[in-house]
Ligand binder design. Structure first.
Ligand code: 13P
Ligand code: ZN
Ligand code: NA
Length: 287
């Protein structure tokens, strides 16, 4: 059932587990992710980032996400990921997304605060929840996009005192943080700064979000889940899993056909979601 982002995240935060949020670019992605969540009785989030609109237009994807959420047996939130402007957030709200992220992490603190605050005011009037980001998550590009190629280093980690001020000034429902995490593929498996995460979590009574989930070690995922991360974003891992499955299928099958390829895409999407939902300890939490 379509369920509010805030209620899904607050429950996870209080229960010491995290909700998997998967960037879905196709019907196959949505079918696989929902099938996994239903099999595990796990809440889940379907999301789409603004950089992904060129090949997965929001106006086409929103009805698909919403229908899938409504008819699902588990709680599902439909989320705009990395909204780059107030206007995009407004468009997503009009399309029925029940939560939006405004990503002003690259802006000066005061500008990030003022736009996030305006998004919160608009969203709350429509009963929509808001995620925002502070600190800079590293980026090698996800969703086929070109990243900056830079890793998140100590000088761009989310600052503890700033996080408290930001939450107080904006009225957001969840905060995305930078603790050494990185969008896209990591060159080497990173070591997240769990100490900083714990400090941010202890300072604020607020569900935290980990972006750049793909490529994180199982050990770091576990530590995150137990120290205040209530939502973990996964995009690249599903794209890699699908590509590898299709490659293998084409190598093994002398007469490939499109329907079989669609099934492979659904299977790979489902397997990726199963793996992460289990790791995030959200299995059985929708019961
Ligand atoms: P990854 O592509 O590294 O999984 O990052 C996903 C993400 O943070 C989407 O917002
Ligand atoms: Zn992200
Ligand atoms: Na990543």
């Amino acid at each position: 059932m379509l369920t509010s982002y805030k209620s899904i995240l607050n429950k996870a935060y209080q229960g010491g587990y995290a909700v998997g949020a998967f960037n879905c670019l196709s019907l196959e992605n949505v079918m696989g992710v929902i099938a996994a969540a239903e099999e595990l009785h796990s809440p889940v989030i379907l999301q789409l980032a603004e950089v992904q609109f060129p090949y997965a237009p929001m106006e086409l994807m929103a009805p698909l996400f919403l229908k899938a959420a409504h008819q699902s047996s588990v709680p599902v939130a439909v989320h705009l990921d990395h909204g780059q402007s107030f206007e995009t957030c407004a468009r997503a709200i009009r399309m029925g997304f029940n939560s939006v992220m405004f990503d002003g992490a690259c802006l000066p603190f005061e500008n990030n605060v003022s736009i996030t605050k305006a998004v919160v005011r608009m969203a709350k009037a429509a009963d929509v929840d808001v995620e925002a980001e502070l600190g800079k998550v590293g980026d090698t590009g996800f969703g086929g996009g070109e990243g900056t190629g830079s890793a998140s280093t100590a000088d761009v980690f989310t600052d503890v005192e700033e996080s408290a001020l930001f939450i107080e000034k904006t009225g957001i429902d969840a905060l995305a943080i930078a603790i050494g995490n990185l969008h896209g593929k990591y060159i080497a498996t990173p070591k997240l700064n769990i100490k900083r995460l714990t400090e941010i979590s202890e300072r604020n009574n607020m569900p935290l979000v980990l972006h750049g989930g793909s490529g994180t070690s199982e050990e770091d995922f576990k530590a995150c889940v137990h120290h205040g991360i209530a939502k973990i974003n996964v995009a690249t891992a599903m794209q890699i899993a699908i590509t590898q499955k299709i490659e293998k299928y084409l190598q093994q099958c002398p007469q490939p056909n499109y329907i079989d390829m669609k099934w492979k895409m659904i299977e790979a999407s489902k397997e990726t979601a199963l793996y992460h939902l289990r790791l995030f300890e959200s299995e059985g939490k929708a019961l």
